[in-house]
Design a protein around this ligand. Structure first.
Ligand code: HGY
Ligand code: MN
Ligand code: MN
Length: 402
């Protein structure tokens, strides 16, 4: 089954409205993991899973540190067909092609579908890879409650959690190297007319949960004077976050998620919860945004007589890709596309966690119009295929290397 047919089949899992929704351990995401396992077994590859929900497909010695590729199958709400899924389906095709070629490998090769990279159901991004890399203790997952109120462990052990017929591996074994194939999710490659990109570094990201408690009341009888309107306070904070990112420069910050309670037209909002996502290649700039966020919270709380709590949800350091691997990936990519070049990633990836425990590199293919995290996320089919060629060549060089 071709790369494109597999991607199209996965895209149908969770398709709704303008995009795709495959939250971790949802029925569509379970179905996607099930498809990957079935395709892998049809190719004669070994399949395993671990207690974080990561899915592994391996060829070669089970006891040796593998050359690993991978990405994720979960999506954001109304997400696209390629963010994550491309790296998993492309990685599966790479393993199949390498095994079929009969090339002698000194190391096993492995594909991983990391659990919950997007953090779109449980409030922790790069969930599975952060556990694998020891950045999140496995037991910390038990405290996670999904946006639907379901506890992580209940979902993991529920009907759409772990796959019923796949062996469960203990521990998080060492790996020799990691190469992630991903769409760029930005406009840089397309604007430069390049078809392949070598990732130099991945921006650091920090995420916060903010809770604002004001005083609910009757919209018609509560005088404007003296109101403690939680949504007005939240509005001030959202704009303060935007100003902070603009002021520090070379950084981005977004409030993409906000909930109003009781969320009724004729009730003054009593509580607002929102989440902040701040990123930069420079940790000091993220520090500056965090400091401004906390200052603004204090100022707004005093001015509006609300209670305002800012809690850190997760912190992922900016990380450079491994220099030796980057060199190998660069040589491979330039041979396939003379216009290939190095670029940083503003998007986060599982590679930012795995880079903490093994040499890691990433290969990008262009996103049409630079669009991603939206239903019309697109990459030219020939670029998708070229990216897999680059992954195959890279993994063979690493797995066959002396
Ligand atoms: O948010 C990100 O950058 C990634 O898509 N999780
Ligand atoms: Mn994403
Ligand atoms: Mn992704």
């Amino acid at each position: 089954m071709s790369l494109h047919a597999r991607l199209a089949e996965l895209a149908s899992l969770g398709a709704r409205g303008a995009g795709i929704e495959r939250g971790l351990f949802s029925a569509p995401e379970h179905a996607a993991r099930t498809r990957i396992a079935a395709w892998a077994r049809e190719a004669g590859l070994a399949v395993e899973q671990d207690r974080a929900g990561n899915l592994f497909v391996r060829a070669g010695d089970p006891d040796q540190p593998p050359i690993q590729c991978g990405s994720h199958l979960d999506t954001v709400k109304e997400g696209g067909a390629y963010d994550g899924a491309y790296g998993v389906v492309g990685g599966l095709e790479a393993l199949e092609r390498i095994v079929r070629s009969g090339v002698a490998l000194r190391r096993p090769i492995e594909l991983v579908a990391w659990a919950g990279e997007e953090g779109s159901r449980f409030p922790l991004g790069t969930l599975g890879s952060s556990v694998y890399a020891g950045l999140t203790p496995l037991r910390a997952l038990d405290a996670l409650i999904g946006d639907d109120g379901v506890a992580f462990s209940d979902a993991l052990h529920g009907p759409t959690g772990l796959l019923a017929d796949v062996p469960l591996r203990d521990g998080f074994p060492a790996l020799a190297a990691y190469v992630e194939l991903h769409i760029e999710q930005g406009p840089v490659l397309e604007r430069a007319g390049a078809r392949l990109g070598i990732v130099s570094a991945i921006a650091g990201q920090r995420r916060f949960a903010v809770t604002i408690d004001g005083i609910a009341g009757h919209a018609g009888t509560l005088p404007m004077a003296g109101r403690a309107d939680a949504l007005c306070a939240a509005s001030d904070l959202v704009l303060a976050v935007e100003r902070a990112a603009r002021n520090v420069g070379e950084a981005v910050a977004t409030v993409g998620q906000l909930a109003v309670e009781p969320n009724q037209i004729n009730v003054v909002p009593g509580r607002v919860t929102l989440r902040v996502d701040a990123r930069s290649a420079d940790e000091a700039r993220i520090d500056a945004i965090e400091q401004r966020l906390r200052e603004a919270a204090r100022e707004i709380a005093a001015a509006r007589q609300v209670r305002l709590a800012v809690d850190l949800l997760e912190k992922r350091a900016a990380v450079s890709m491994n220099a030796r691997l980057r060199g190998i990936v660069r040589d491979v990519c330039v041979r396939l596309d003379p216009r290939a070049f190095e670029l940083p990633s503003g998007a986060g990836h599982d590679a930012m966690c795995i880079a903490q425990v093994a040499p890691a590199a990433m290969i990008f293919v262009p996103s049409i119009g630079g669009r991603s995290h939206v239903g019309d996320e697109r990459t030219a089919p020939e670029d998708l295929a070229l990216g897999v060629d680059a992954l195959v060549a890279t993994m063979v060089m690493l797995a066959a290397a002396e």
